[in-house]
Design a binder for this molecule. Structure first.
Ligand code: 3PG
Length: 305
């Protein structure tokens, strides 16, 4: 059986080797397409039974070109790039690899925050994280890693997650919150870890950001779609003390950069999970999950049930 790894953003070399080992050891064949075009994907998927991707868009058209496809594993957490309804209609199991790249994303949160608090290392006087408050929006795997690291900075930590019981949040030494208004009005830093869903898309905008205390910093390592960009631009215009850092280039990045210069920072390409360790962990987990599904239907992390 053929397992296709299709990644616009390639895995680190060691991860690719480890994925190949897992697939070959199971007696299956690996095809690797890195930085491929849409056409490359449609061609390569024709005879694939398993597919491993990252943020690559896998929609109904791809599935229509893949009559043998049984399982897609998104090597990572967010699966908004995969059309789950179409997958279900095609009888394809879709899984993610929860937790495998979450430390990498959490470390980047602080990488970007410290850089912003030190004025992008331009030699001027900056500010510290110690004693400041951090609000974590969604207390999943990334949110929990962010809390763990924030403790080392001696920050006050609060989290909002309607799906996680207060006791679980408290057990991590974090104060549970119950409204998004509290999250924004009480915290110097707000770090977003919500998935992109119909409910969350465009949900972070003017009204919420304007509630932030003086010198507030909004951090987005989630998805650009959760931001109402026009609303955020308006808030940044009215509040010259506010800053925005994002691991996802906004659709209107040029406007942000032109208007706000050093008050905003965007990675050129989503790179929260782009570490040797995260690539290895998520890639190997994805390979093992594809093989386990093809072998005996193992589907612990299926997201289209
Ligand atoms: C995820 O959802 O796992 C992260 O956003 C990482 O995405 P990537 O694999 O495209 O880097």
């Amino acid at each position: 059986m053929k397992v296709l790894v299709f990644t616009e953003k390639p895995f680190a070399e060691a991860a690719v080797k480890a994925i190949a080992n897992v697939v070959n050891a199971s007696g299956n064949e690996l095809e690797l397409v890195e930085r491929g075009t849409r056409e490359d994907l449609l061609n390569a998927v024709k005879d694939a039974e398993g597919l491993i991707v990252r943020s690559d868009v896998i929609d109904a058209e791809v599935m229509e070109h893949a009559p043998k496809l049984k399982v897609i594993v998104r090597a990572g957490a967010g699966y908004d790039n995969i059309d789950l309804k179409a997958a279900t209609e095609h009888g394809i199991c879709v899984m993610n690899t929860p937790g495998q790249n979450s430390n990498a994303v959490a470390e980047l949160v602080f990488g970007m925050v410290v850089m912003m608090c030190r004025n992008q290392y331009n030699g001027t006087s900056g500010s510290e994280l110690k004693g400041k408050s951090l609000g974590i929006y969604a207390f999943g795997q990334v949110g929990r890693n962010v809390a763990r690291i924030a403790k080392g900075f001696d920050m006050k930590i609060e989290a909002l997650d309607v799906f996680v019981p207060d006791a679980v949040i408290e057990a991590e030494g974090v104060k549970p919150l119950h409204s998004v208004d509290e999250l924004f009005s009480q915290n110097d830093f707000v770090s977003l870890h919500i998935p992109a869903t119909p409910e969350t898309k465009g949900s972070i905008g003017y009204d919420l950001v304007m509630k932030m205390p003086k010198n507030g910093v909004l951090i987005n390592t989630a998805r650009k779609e959760v931001i109402d960009e026009a609303g955020l631009i308006k808030a940044l215009e009215e509040r010259p003390d506010l800053r925005y850092v994002s691991d996802i280039k906004p659709a209107t990045a040029e406007e942000f950069e032109k208007k706000f210069a050093s008050r905003v920072f965007f990675t050129p390409k989503k790179m929260g999970a782009q570490t040797a360790e995260a690539n290895f962990n998520a890639g190997v987990a994805a390979a093992e999950q594809v093989i386990a599904y093809l072998k005996d239907g193992w589907n612990k992390f299926q997201v289209n049930k």
